[in-house]
Design a protein around this ligand. Structure first.
Ligand SMILES: [Zn+2]
Length: 277
């Protein structure tokens, strides 16, 4: 870690309270009720009053789904470069690093779920809305290649606005690069489970997020390619209220199950056990 980042505070209010100081209260933006950070955290970052799902950081997701101290991170130091000289991209990268305290929008590594060894990637909405550039694509591709050689299942937790526009075609080609690695992993007979969280959209939705052998989602998560406003304008008609919501996407057959946060680890462990992993 760079020294100048040593004393930065996490930008996510839920991640940054109740530790040594006063246990602050946070207002739920859905029901407007206040609860202490500890209470929300102990409830898997779900509002105790209305069930609203708060955003969860990538690293916290890994902690919530894997066995204690089993996670070994890979390629943490990979950082994006402004290869196209896109205006203000360098500043955006710097501010994303400060905000997320991560080097990129995805965290990859090896871990265990109830004793089952897996490879895991977890995207971070605090890093340029989990957008996929060359580094995100490369990290996930490397993870699949690592898992293929070792015959390990992959668990992917997605949250993303899509491809990173500041990297142009380089970001778009990550869709096919990761998809090809997923296919090679699948051809070798390995299991790939995805957990789609709010929102999983754009080029991530149109590639590896929807390529899982088993596709799970969180309640109410937005899952889709283009945003509803774009679709409404281009089709010139209004869309149903539940458009692109996980519940509707399940009805349409694009995902296999909606799993609440409190059940996710047990559910995934069961899947791994059934598949003999
Ligand atoms: Zn609430």
């Amino acid at each position: 870690m760079e020294l100048k980042r040593l004393f930065l505070k996490a930008n996510n209010e839920l991640e940054n309270s109740g530790q040594g100081g006063k246990d602050r209260k946070v207002t739920c933006r859905k029901c407007q009720k206040k609860n202490t950070v500890t209470k929300i955290r102990n409830n898997n970052f779900v509002c105790p009053d209305c069930g609203h799902y708060f955003q969860v950081r990538a690293r916290r997701r890994i902690l919530m789904l894997t066995d204690r101290r089993s996670f070994i991170e890979m390629n943490r130091d990979m950082k994006s470069v402004n290869v196209l000289g896109f205006p203000e991209y360098d500043d955006k990268l710097r501010s994303a690093m400060d905000k997320s305290r991560e080097n990129e929008g995805v965290i990859c590594g090896e871990a265990q779920v109830d004793g089952h060894k897996i490879c895991i990637f977890s995207m971070d909405s605090n890093f340029m809305m989990g957008s996929m550039g060359a580094v995100v694509g490369e990290k996930i591709t490397s993870l699949f290649e690592y898992a293929t050689v070792r015959n390990l299942p992959v668990l992917g937790i997605t949250v993303s606005g899509g491809a990173r526009m500041q990297e142009g075609m380089i970001s778009l080609m990550q869709m096919s690069k990761v998809s090809a690695a997923v296919k090679r992993h699948s051809n070798a007979g390995n299991l790939y489970i995805t957990l789609l969280t709010n929102p999983t959209t754009g080029g991530v939705d149109a590639s590896f997020a929807m390529l899982g052998d088993i596709t799970l989602a969180e309640p109410g998560a937005r899952i889709g390619f283009a945003g509803p406003r774009v679709i409404e304008k281009s089709l010139n008609r209004s869309l149903p209220k539940d458009f692109q919501k996980a519940e509707r996407v399940l009805e349409c057959g694009f995902i296999d199950a909606i799993v609440t946060r409190s059940e996710q680890k047990t559910y995934i462990a069961k899947l791994l056990k059934i598949h003999g992993m």
